[in-house]
Design a protein around this ligand. Structure first.
Ligand SMILES: Cc1cc2nc3c(=O)[nH]c(=O)nc-3n(C[C@H](O)[C@H](O)[C@H](O)COP(=O)(O)OP(=O)(O)OC[C@H]3O[C@@H](n4cnc5c(N)ncnc54)[C@H](O)[C@@H]3O)c2cc1C
Length: 341
């Protein structure tokens, strides 16, 4: 395996034992589910919905699992705003998982922890990118009927190093450490979402996704993990029980479910997914939709994005020039030349 120096994976400690190849979800075929049923969903709890990236469906699933004595694994921030996986055993500690963090989350030893709970016969909800779910299943090498997996339609994950550069850039400008982050602030609407940062000195940064330097680096595909450009998990036959996403295009397909506060597109991929959906559906506004129609507005479900032509230069200069100058140099200059896919 190559060493990746862009803030993604550190193989410096590799002892060439070969175990990673044995459990690699890309090299090994793992069974997948049939084509899903698709729904548009809105959590009736307005506050949770506003704190969530799309319709707040994740929180309902997670609360259901916690209420039945289970454990929920998800991605949150640690004290210096690195995105890391951890687990929650109470409703209060779920709040760190709310909202998308557009950075690769560090899994640490969470597969091992999940296995421990599964063996204790506790119900486990594991949430993450499609490749993280595939990784968990390969790691476990055994099916557990007390495991529920939730992934999402994934555009790709940016590098932690790029994220840290962005945070430092703002902290230096503002002169105080970051206190709170939301990648998907909905104050100006869900479709025109903003990056929100607040700082210890009371200052705030709020910038719409089309102007924020980090969101532009993410959405213009200049800082994604290399494997995201040839993702093996772009399919409607998912390894998860439920897939969550933003219901882009809801205004065309189900205008009555679009108030610009966020609507989730939810795929129910398995019988286990169906059972949990039955348990939470009273707390949702929902409507079944045609799967192919929904995917037409969300091609990241089935197709990897092409990398930005300046990706290599961007990473070469990441340590050399300021974050704003770097983004202006390689992204805004090229904006009109990039064809979206
Ligand atoms: C990196 C990334 C790329 C995405 N790309 C798309 C896309 O192209 N199209 C689309 O429709 N939707 C995409 N999503 C999903 C979307 O942003 C919402 O997360 C999803 O609709 C669920 O929203 P919610 O309102 O139900 O719950 P929320 O509360 O918003 O979701 C929280 C859930 O997301 C998980 N999560 C958050 N950040 C990460 C992370 N870095 N790594 C792993 N898990 C994480 C949490 O563990 C929790 O399970 C992406 C999400 C992420 C994190």
């Amino acid at each position: 395996m190559p060493k990746v120096k862009e803030g993604f994976v550190n193989h410096d400690k590799c002892i060439n034992c070969g175990l990673c190849e044995k459990v690699c979800p890309v090299l090994n075929n793992t069974p997948v589910n049939n084509e899903p049923k698709a729904y548009a969903c809105i959590n009736k709890d307005e506050k949770i919905r506003m704190d969530s990236s799309s319709g707040g469906t994740f929180t309902l699933i997670a609360e259901q699992v916690i209420n039945s004595g289970g454990v929920v694994f998800g991605a949150g921030f640690d004290e210096d705003f690195t995105v890391v996986h951890s687990y929650a055993e109470s409703r209060e500690s779920l709040s760190n998982f709310h909202g998308s963090k557009y950075v690769q989350s560090k899994i640490g030893d969470m597969y091992k922890q999940a296995e421990k709970f599964l063996k204790q016969r506790r119900q486990v909800l594991f949430t993450g990118t499609p490749c993280q779910i595939a990784g968990l299943k390969s790691y476990l090498r055994k099916l557990y009927d007390n495991l529920l997996c939730v992934d999402f339609i994934c555009f790709g994950v940016p590098s932690t190093k790029v994220w840290k550069k962005y945070i430092s850039y703002h902290e230096n400008n503002i002169g105080a450490p970051v206190r709170r982050v939301s990648f998907r602030n909905k104050k100006q609407g869900w479709k025109r979402f903003s990056m929100f940062l607040s700082f210890d000195n009371g200052m705030k940064h709020i910038e719409s996704f089309d102007k924020d330097f980090f969101m532009q680096a993410f959405l213009k595909k200049i800082c994604l993990r290399p494997s995201c450009h040839a993702c093996n998990f772009k399919t409607l036959h998912r390894q998860s029980d439920i897939t969550l996403a933003d219901f882009w295009g809801v205004q065309n397909l189900l205008p009555e479910m679009d108030d610009d506060k966020g609507t989730s597109l939810v795929f129910i991929n398995s019988h286990r997914g169906e059972l949990i959906f039955e348990q939470i559906k009273d707390k949702l506004l929902y409507n079944m939709v045609d799967l192919n129609e929904a995917v037409r507005y969300n091609l990241s479900a089935v197709k990897s994005v092409k990398q930005h032509p300046n990706r290599e230069n961007f990473f070469k200069e990441l340590d050399l020039i300021s974050f704003d100058a770097l983004v202006k140099k390689y992204i805004q200059f090229n904006v009109s030349k990039i064809k979206e896919n």
